[in-house]
Design a protein. Structure first.
Lengths: 138, 484
């Protein structure tokens, strides 16, 4: 498995990702979403844009992931902004305190992600690597 | 857990039961209304496990059910039906889905197919240009905050009052196009913001406007009552509550999680639920009603725009064109209904996700016009294939489904598989060759929606009839499709 990749279910689609620790897991979740929405991730050197604070405290990493991805989906769909990078200040299993660095979307998203679901979502750890798969309603 | 077809018993034609003894956690049986082939597909794609997961929920009335268009969803399968007692039962947003009151409406007309053919191309272009579709954030009628609140409470009645649509249509919309909503505080600000901007928009994915020809009549008496005549044009509109419904569902899944997750034993966290009587349960049901009202209003406004396009193209008025709403039905919704379970009359909260209500003849909630025939049940096919109009029956089997039926063909292939299968193909040209004009802003969207991505609608209709949950009335052939 790559650090992040997309997959399909019969009716929906999703992203799979992994990371050594929660900070990397959350960052790769956003990269997976970019891959799904725009076909690739932005080149970091070309980023210009604004920093949007994201602070969330929840009941577990699944809760953090759904809310983080939902925020990124809303930025893309409603504000026309793509999260190009993350500056993570604090990340653990129940919280994320980060700046989402954004830039105008390079093009319209390839698909209309309507919601981020909890379907079968469970962050699992194996050999020190955290893994998760999130199904998106499209 | 992997299951095999041998664990199911076909208790009646196209009615398969998995007894609750099959799994320790099941509190009720699971029943699937399908052919053997559809059941096998549902086993293969994981949808059956989702029916079983629902059968593990507390307080289920009757069985955990799946209709003949069953396929894998999130939490609930698509085509799933589950009912819980109004008194002491639970409500789950995952049993409704994110696109609250996604549904279909059908218009009949007296426009001959040959007359429509002469203007079809112009109509397709006009529909695509005038009705916002795809990834748009703005609808035909953006509303301010006050207007939005009034619409959330008034549904189609508010559209009639404010935008002048025919109030007579309300009789032919499930629940009259309005469910009770009097708790504005149950709606989050973001949900309202998204809804206010998007009223009168089709959306994307499998949403569509389709102009069809009435091809074949199976039940002439019912077809006459529904206003369907062979060779005449009909219009089908499929869309829902847009970003408003999605935000309501997302907001309440978070609320339910916060309040209840720790004490629930769930096989899938998407099945998080709350007591109907709890404050979060009551608030969700209020918000669900508001989103349902929005969806009916959305379809009403799109209908008015479609009628305006047809009037202009054919230079005749709505009455001369014989355009009349046959019915508007929801297929992602939870509503309180009265049913008999094990000989007891109960008020139940019936969740239908990708499933349609199908009341039989004589049901008091039907408009007087349809009391003798049963409810029109609209069964859209895939882009390029036929659709069916069925009618609800009062048969015993139908009662066992809480009078529910399939909502469409049901996907068979994932979107990736569909794109792969149609690689290098011009989908528009292929369908044009089959006599179907296709209009869409998204070429990839068309590839995702190729006919092969769906089950054969004839099989789904046949399984529905064989299972005794609806009867065929008419088959409609697509002439023109506008895809979101």
């Amino acid at each position: 498995m790559r650090n992040y990749e997309t997959f399909s279910t019969t009716a929906d689609t999703g992203i799979r990702f992994r990371g050594r620790g929660h900070a990397e897991l959350y960052a790769n979740a956003l990269r997976g979403l970019n891959l799904l929405l725009f076909g690739r991730n932005p080149r970091l050197a070309k980023q210009k844009g604004t920093a949007i604070p994201f602070r969330f405290r929840g009941d577990g990493p699944e809760n953090v992931l759904v809310n983080l991805l939902a925020a990124a989906v809303a930025l893309a769909g409603q504000e026309g902004q793509q999260v190009t990078a993350t500056d993570i200040r604090r990340a653990d299993g129940c919280r994320l305190d980060a700046l989402l660095l954004t830039a105008p979307c390079p093009r319209l998203p390839r698909i209309d992600v309507k919601a981020v679901t909890y379907h079968d979502l469970r962050v699992r750890e194996r050999n020190g690597v955290l893994r998760a798969a999130v199904v998106l309603d499209i | 857990m992997s299951r095999a077809i041998g664990q199911f018993v076909e208790v009646a034609p196209c009615r398969w039961r998995l007894g609750k003894a099959a799994d320790r956690a099941m509190t009720a049986d699971a029943e699937v209304f399908a052919t053997r082939e559809i059941l096998q597909q549902a086993l293969d794609d994981g949808a059956i496990e989702q029916v079983v997961n629902v059968a593990c929920l507390p307080g289920l009335a009757g069985s955990s059910l799946a209709m003949p268009d069953i396929h894998h969803g999130y939490g609930f399968c698509i085509g799933g039906v589950a009912a819980f007692p109004a008194d002491g039962g639970i409500v789950l947003p995952g049993g409704v889905g994110y696109d609250i009151n996604c549904g279909v409406r059908l218009l009949a007309s007296s426009i001959p197919e040959s007359e429509f053919a002469a203007v079809a191309d112009a109509v397709g272009h006009a529909l695509l240009a005038r009705i916002p579709s795809g990834l748009t954030a703005r609808g035909l009628r953006p509303l301010n905050k006050k207007e939005f609140q009034r619409l959330a409470a008034g549904g189609v009645g508010e559209v009639a009052r404010r935008f002048g649509s025919d109030p007579g249509d309300m009789e032919f919309i499930e629940s009259g196009g309005c469910l009770p909503f009097d708790a504005p505080g149950a709606l989050g600000p973001r949900a309202c913001e998204r809804g206010a901007a998007q009223l009168g928009s089709l959306g994307s994915g499998n949403h569509f406007i389709e102009v069809q020809a009435v091809e074949e009549i199976f039940d002439p008496a019912a077809a006459r009552v529904f206003g369907l005549e062979p060779g005449h044009v009909a219009v089908m509109i499929h869309t829902g509550s847009r970003g408003f419904g999605h935000q309501v569902a997302s907001d309440y899944i978070e609320t339910f999680r916060r309040r209840n997750l720790a004490r629930l034993k769930l096989r899938d966290p998407q099945l998080v639920h709350a007591a109907i009587a709890s404050s979060e349960g009551r608030n969700y049901l209020q918000a669900l009603n508001a989103a349902s009202n929005f969806a009916w209003a959305n379809r009403q406004l799109i209908q008015e725009e479609v009628i305006a396009v047809l009037e202009e193209a054919l230079a005749m008025g709505r009455r001369q064109l014989g355009l009349r709403l046959v019915y508007d039905q929801a297929h992602n919704i939870a509503k309180f209904e009265h049913h008999e379970v094990d000989g007891r009359a109960l008020e139940l909260l019936v969740h239908r996700k990708g499933a349609t209500r199908a009341f039989g003849p004589g049901h008091p909630d039907l408009p007087s016009r349809y009391r003798g025939t049963g409810q029109p049940v609209i069964l859209p096919g895939s882009m390029g294939s036929s659709s069916y109009v069925l009618r609800g029956t009062a048969a015993g089997t139908a009662a066992g489904t809480f009078f529910s039926s399939a909502h469409g063909a049901g996907r068979r292939l994932s979107r990736h598989q569909a794109i792969k299968l149609s690689a290098g193909e011009d989908v528009r040209e292929r369908l044009r060759g089959q006599g179907v004009l296709v209009f869409s802003l998204s070429s990839q969207g068309l590839k995702e929606e190729i006919p092969e991505a769906y089950k054969d609608i004839d099989d789904v209709a046949a399984a529905t009839v064989a299972a005794g949950i609806s009867e065929k009335v008419a088959r409609l052939r697509p002439l023109l499709v506008v895809k979101g």
